[in-house]
Write a new protein. Structure first.
Lengths: 327, 126
């Protein structure tokens, strides 16, 4: 009997092919590849933040004093409550996502639809909260004076409570200068929004308010910012004051080092963009679920794959929360 | 697709009856950890402000609690617990090694630059 060789003779052996050594589908493997590389990108950002912070370790802004606002509670000092709420929303949406995956395993279309919907809502609440957080940060609260060397001088009363510029500075009505815009003459020259006050007006206000002191960026042994004496305060503003800063952007930052604002915008912005794209992907998958694509496929693995991405976004936020707001 | 889930967490200390129950259990645990972090961050107990290995003890607690949270998100929400050991190690060890390396280099250099300014080699504070 002649034998026709149609087989390689290696079937069932290790190198015969057809093995799944990791017991994971191609799509899931690729999602893990992406997550590992994206995790390294975020680590790069957070480590760079750590670099800058270690570089200015004795003058870095204290996060508790920066993020003190809560929506609808104006003037209430509420450090971190809002960001804790945001963290909880994101963890909660992670839970609904994993419940959707679980329902997918049981091929329960109605439940997958409901949980995917809740996940999308959670993501939208988070992105909205972040927009609010950015708005508050950009707008600022107390205002400060930047020195020629780029240091920030803030104002406190004798008990150490922060004092806003609007509480002791009066804008001189005769001294008003309008912002130059492109439409007025030199079209190729423009300038940013002018601060409400000038340094001279701040100095004048400081002179007439005996109980206002200057607080520098330098952190003392007690872990608090150094407050200057009355004489030193006046001297600092008079000699070194250069520009009044209200709020924060990529160049100046009333809370302290401009790098703090730069990293805040970059890291939370990059994370917010991930959340946003996660919401978009979730919406696409949600419609696929509603249309019954996975029902016909008898396999909800696609939900599991976007779920991995969504949990990863949550995972990154846990680290951003720690390194930006807690440590 | 694997339908079996390992239902025990805390090294078998807590066992759940179903996967759904485990998810809610992990949520409760993560919420408690976050609440502890926020409370510690607001009251800042004086006893934890001492330095341990060059950093405040409180900051070490925050970092450790964060890693605990990351572990449960990865293991239970991302189902790492149910994956094969080889997949788990490829993903986790690679990432952890590279991140530790990155952190070491950047923080070391950041501290060095701080000292260069502090010792007055370069003057910037005026």
């Amino acid at each position: 009997m002649s034998t026709t060789v149609v087989n390689t003779g290696t079937e069932g052996k290790t190198w015969g092919g057809g093995n799944k050594p990791l017991n994971a589908s191609y799509g899931k493997m690729m999602m893990w590849f992406f997550i590992v590389s994206d995790a390294l990108t975020f680590s790069g950002f957070l480590a760079a933040y750590g670099f800058s912070r270690f570089k200015f370790i004795d003058s870095w802004p204290i996060a508790d004093e920066v993020f003190t606002h809560f929506p609808f509670l104006h003037g209430v000092n509420a450090p971190m409550y809002y960001v804790a709420f945001m963290t909880f929303v994101l963890i909660m949406s992670s839970v609904t996502m994993v419940l959707a995956v679980d329902a997918g395993h049981h091929l329960n279309k109605a439940k997958v639809t409901l949980y995917m919907f809740l996940t999308i809502i959670g993501g939208l609440i988070f992105v909205g909260s972040q927009a609010w957080e950015w708005g508050t940060f950009i707008k600022g609260d107390y205002g400060a004076v930047q020195t020629k060397g780029g240091n920030i001088l803030q104002f406190v009363d004798t008990e150490g409570h922060r004092v806003a510029l609007r509480d002791f500075v009066v804008a001189d009505a005769h001294n008003e200068r309008t912002q130059h815009e492109r439409k007025e003459g030199l079209w190729f020259v423009s300038e940013g929004t002018l601060p409400t006050y000038t340094v001279e007006e701040v100095l004048h206000g400081l002179k007439s308010h005996e109980n206002v002191l200057v607080r520098t960026q330098i952190i003392n042994e007690a872990g608090e910012k150094t407050v200057l004496s009355r004489a030193k305060s006046l001297e600092q503003i008079e000699k070194n004051g250069k520009v009044v800063v209200e709020g924060a952007n990529l160049h100046v930052n009333e809370y302290g080092s401009p790098l703090f604002a730069d990293f805040f915008f970059f890291i939370t912005g990059f994370h917010g963009f991930h959340v946003f794209s996660g919401v978009v992907i979730n919406i696409i998958i949600f419609f696929n679920v509603v249309l019954g694509t996975y029902e016909r496929r008898k396999n909800y693995e696609m939900v599991e794959k976007v779920g991995l991405y969504w949990h990863f976004v949550d995972l990154v936020w846990v680290f951003v929360f720690t390194f930006f707001y807690l440590v | 697709m694997a339908h079996e889930h390992k239902l025990a967490i805390f090294r078998g200390l807590v066992k759940f009856k179903s996967n759904t129950q485990k998810i809610w259990g992990v949520l409760i645990f993560l919420t408690i950890v976050t609440a502890i972090e926020v409370v510690l961050g607001i009251i800042k107990p004086e006893i934890l402000m001492g330095k341990v290995l060059g950093m405040k003890a409180l900051n070490w607690i925050f970092i450790i609690l964060t890693i605990v949270k990351a572990y449960y998100i990865t293991w239970d929400f991302m189902h790492m617990r149910d994956e094969l050991k080889s997949l788990r190690r490829m993903v986790v060890w690679t990432t952890i090694f590279l991140i530790l390396y990155l952190i070491f280099i950047l923080l070391q250099e950041g501290g060095y630059v701080f000292n260069v300014y502090k010792d007055g080699f370069i003057k910037r504070d005026f």
